[in-house]
Each structure stands twice: as C-alpha cells, then as structure tokens.
Design a protein around this ligand. Structure first.
Ligand SMILES: [Mn+2]
Length: 249
C-alpha cells in the first residue's frame, strides 16, 4: 500500500491501553486534542491491549470508543494503522474505520512504516507467532471458540511485556532489524523505516542516506513522534506538542 504525504503526521506506538486505567484516560484525552488539530495520525500497533477483533465478546468499551474516533476523524484527516503483535484481525473486521489499515507494512512516499515485530528474525518467536495466529483460520477459530475470552486473558498475560525492556537485551535483536531494514529499503524502494514494538527510542543510520527509527512506547511517558512534511522526525510527550502549538498560536 502506498500513497503520498502532505500534512504533519503524529506517530503513536505501543500505548498498550488497558481498560479503566490512568493510561486509558490519558490516551483518550490525547485523541480529543488530536481531533482539534490538523495532524494526520498513524497508530503503529499495540495501541489497545489486547485486541482480538473476531467478535464483540472480545472487545471492550475502549475498543469501540477508539474505532468510533477513527471512523469519525478519517473524514477530516488521515487515520492510519498497522497491526502490532497485540492486535489480531483488526484489518479483517474494522478496515473501514481507518483511512488505511495494514497487517504488516505501509508505505508513504519514501518512508516505510511497520510495527517492528515483522522486522525480526523469520524463525523467531514474533514472526512465527504471526504466521501461526494471524490468518483466516485463526480468526475463524477465535470467532466460535468456547471460553474464547478466557483464552484471550491467558494470551494477554503471555504477551504482556511488563516494564521497559533492558536496552542491552535489545542490542542483538536491533542489530538484526538494522540488517533487515536495509533489505526492506531495497525491497520497497524507501530510504526511511519507522517502527514501534521495541519500546525505546532508537535511531540508526544505515548508510547512503538511509535510516531507521523506533518510536518509543507511548505508555511510559506518553511520547509521540512528530513527522514533519519535510521528513524530519521529533519525539516528545504529546502534551509538549500541544503546548508548542499553543505558543505558536
Ligand atoms: Mn509490540
């Protein structure tokens, strides 16, 4: 999927919003604010935790509220989404709520967006889990599975990342991602790769003007990426973006 970009783009990754938490209130306050701006918005995955879209019995008020927001706002701005490893069958069931929703990659101009798990080792846990779970059969099974929501609860604990991961432990996976990012640049004809999933802010130069960036997990400090129309990227708490805009008038 590909298109060209004009307005500044807000990038929101790994908010991992849980129902009835301070994080949920903060998240929807931010959406209210975005609705009052002219930003386009890109949800880079793992935004609502855990999201199985195979039927209403899995979806909470937060999911419905989020979808209603996206559906309303896509009339006024671009609302883009890539599925993370905590979102299942979103594209299959709710594609129409977004300007565009992708299970894997989304290309805008010379930038490629993804969640980040798709850039990990082919036979590693995340990629294998994707192949195993994210297909029509998985969706169908989850649709009728007795005690499905109980099973989803187990999955949620299993996938839960807990606190901020140790950056040292990410060194090896990120080295691999760096290699894969170069391949993805070639494959998709882009020079910039932007992803979530690793929870830390990361910037790597790949040579020949190519680069990749990781947008940090929103859930820790409510940080977003602001991608200007000229391609420059800044990461800061959404409240600061709001204040800066207010100062500018
Ligand atoms: Mn993730």
């Amino acid at each position: 999927m590909t298109e060209n970009r004009t307005a500044p783009l807000l990038l929101i990754a790994d908010s991992h919003v849980q129902p009835n938490t301070k994080c949920e209130d903060e998240f929807f306050s931010m959406l209210d604010w975005i609705a009052s701006t002219n930003y386009d918005v890109f949800f880079l995955g793992d935004n609502l935790d855990l999201w199985i879209a195979s039927g209403s019995r899995y979806e909470a008020d937060a999911h419905r509220r989020f979808l209603a927001w996206c559906e309303r706002e896509k009339a006024r701005r671009r609302v883009l989404m890539v599925e993370g490893n905590h979102e299942f069958y979103l594209k299959r069931h709710h594609d129409g709520c977004f300007t565009a929703c992708s299970e894997t990659f989304y290309k805008i101009g010379d930038i490629l967006f993804m969640h980040g798990d798709v850039a990990q080792k082919r036979f590693g846990f995340h990629r294998c889990f994707r192949v195993f779970a994210k297909n029509a059969f998985g969706d169908w099974v989850m649709g009728w599975l007795p005690f499905g929501p109980a099973f989803a609860g187990i999955m949620k604990r299993f996938l839960s990342s807990g606190g901020l991961p140790d950056l040292k432990k990410l060194e090896k996976p990120l080295l691999y991602v760096e290699k894969r990012a170069k391949n993805l640049c070639r494959k998709f004809g882009v020079s910039h790769i932007i992803m979530g999933h690793f929870h830390h802010v990361v910037h790597r130069e790949l040579g020949d003007g190519r680069k990749f960036d990781v947008i940090p997990a929103w859930k820790y400090r409510y940080e977003v990426g602001v991608l200007a129309a000229d391609g420059s990227l800044e990461v800061l708490p959404w409240m600061e973006v709001k204040m800066k805009n207010e100062q500018r008038g």
